[in-house]
Every structure is written in C-alpha cells, then in structure tokens.
Design a protein around this ligand. Sequence first.
Ligand SMILES: [Cu+2]
Length: 404
Amino acid sequence: MKLMIKIACALTLLILSPLSFAKGVVVDDPYARAIPPGQTISAAFMTLVNGSDKNIDLVKASSDSAKNVELHEHIHEDGMMKMRQVPKISIAANGKTELKPGGYHIMLIDLVKHIKPQDIVTINLEFSDGSKQEIKADVRKIMMGMMKKKMSMMKFKQHVNPMPNLLAVYKKMSDKLDLSDDQKSKLDAGIKVRSPKIKELYGDVKSLEKELHEITLKGEPLNKIDQVSDRLMQARLAIIEGKTDCRESIKKVLSDKQFQQLVKLYRANMMPTFNKDKEKAAMAMMKHTNPMPNLMRVIVKKGDQLNLTEKQAAELKKWREERKPISKKVSQTIAKLEADLLEAALNNAPIAKINELADGITQNRVKIIRTKAMCRDNMKRILDDKQYKKVLAIHNEKHNKTMH
Ligand SMILES: [Cu+2]
C-alpha cells in the first residue's frame, strides 16, 4: 500500500512538473559570478543544449535573487567591449549555445542580497516552446572577458620574458619620474623602434613552442626536435638581449637618480606576482619551463585505458620515479636563474653577468626539452604501437579541450 502511494505521488509530481523530463533544452553547468561587496550586479552563465529537431529560443529569465533579470550579449563597438540586452538567445535544433563571460549571459541586476562563492542562485528560464525550467547556479569567482585576456597576455609575457619591463613604469607612471620633454621624446622614440621587434619575438616563441609540441607528437626524431629547440632558444635569448639593450638606452636618457627612481617604482608596483597556491605555482612553473607535451601525465591519469602489462607498468613507473625529481629540479633551477636575472637587471649588473645568467637559463631549458623528448622515445619503446597511439589520442583530446 505504501509503495502504491509513493508511486502515485511520483506520478503526480511528474505530471505537475513537465520540466523534469522536458525533451527540449537541457541546461548544463549553470554558474553565476561572485561579486565584490557593495556591488549589486552579477551575471549567470551556462550551456543550453537543444535535444530537439526544432530551433528553440531562451526568451525570458527571472530570479528571486535579483529584482531585474535580462538576457544580454557582448559586442565589439568602437574598439570597446559593450553589452546590450537581447530579446532572446537562440539554440539551434540539435545544437547548443554557450552562455559565457564575454558572450551571451543572463544579467542579474539589483541583487536582493550579496552573493559569494559557494552560494546558489535560483534562476527560472522560459523557452519559446513554452517550457520552463528552474535551475540552480552555483556562485563562482570568475574574471571578466577582457580582464582574462589581459591576464593571459601578462602571463604569456612573463613566460617569455624574464627581464623587468622598465618601460612599463614610464608608460604607466611617468608623472612620478619628473622627466623633461626631451627625455620623454627620446624614450618614446626608443619604444617606437623596439616594441615591434620584441612583439615579433614574442610571436616567434609562441609559434616555435607550438611547433615543438606538434613535432614531438608527430614522432619527429630527436635531431629535428633539437633544431626547433635551438631556434626557440635563439628567440628567447634575443628577447633578453633586446631588453638589456633597452635598459642600457634608458640609462643613457635618464639621470642616475631618475633611473634609481624608475627601478624603485618597478619594484613597488610591477614585480611579477607568483601564485600563492603552492601546487598551482608548481604546475605553472612546469608549464613555464616545459613546452613539450606531457605524455607521462596520460599514463598516470588514464593508464587504466591502456591495458598495460605488469612489466610495462613497472617499467614506466620506474622511469617516472627516476625522472620526476630531475625534471622538477631543472624546472626549479630555471625559476631561480630567472629570478636572479630579474634582480641582476634591476641592480644594474653588467651585461656580462646578464649574459651568463641567460646562458644558464637556456642550457636548462634545452635540458628539459631533451629530457621530455627522450621520455617520449622511451615510452614508445615500452608500449606497443596501439598503446602509444592511444596515449597520443588521449593527450590530444585533453589538449584540444584545454586550448579552447
Ligand atoms: Cu550584461
């Protein structure tokens, strides 16, 4: 009898809430942006998946967490990112539409209470097919689209250039330097000449690292990897050289006192910040020092998909345990040398000292690339063809996902 009641209740619930088995749109991973205290506007994001063979529009959103809820999109206008209200957000038949920072979003205006990470915001969605859904968006800390872009550019610059960016101090706080017009125009002229060259070198590093990654996966031999690695080091060295040159010419234009002030401002405002989370910092450092694909990670994380024999598993484990501390140490050495280089450049060390440190960095960077290339070959030796191909497939799937 009890069971009957339960079933009856379940049926009533199903009939009362057609949303629970709505065939139309499925909402995936809804979340809202955490906001700083005092702010009353936030936004919600999610992926809308349309499982039907008709186009469906999201036509309305509401929430008891905000007095006013609007559908928005981001657009580029006059070189600026702007957002504006839209009457609907379409989801193509059997397709999906992603609401994400910098794109479509649901704007939560006049929040009735402060929302912070780990809170839940309930949002009601209405679709053009007449269906309605209540979703629970968890509140997360996320960066704005532009901010994210800027941050990733900054990270990339730190990745390529271990030298202090002294000209940034001039660009951002020249009022604190007390420069004459003549000095300013000389610095401006220097920037105009140098900046495109450095930018080009940044681009070279980016494309060479990509090439290195790709040819390693393609199975190119060690000597080919060495060649690309060599070109990569040339580009990296050219950046350090260019930046050293830049420091020298700034010194020529500024008085000693002004230069000291410039260094002081740099130290106070622009020293690169490293991650406080230790594990994340270590991961970031590995990425910073190693442009090669991390195939060993596939073995560690997805080894169960590879049908490894006991012997293979043991061999891989042994190799990994031997190598891991070595890679880690080389990576730490690079980090240390780069920190030394930054200090040397700021402390007005002679060019010979800078070159010495730059050489040390280069040698260790080459060492990491070599080690990783050999790691690939050793893995190929231990695994059979099919298994190795599977490793590549898993790696590529993961890599392509994180690249987008
Ligand atoms: Cu908006």
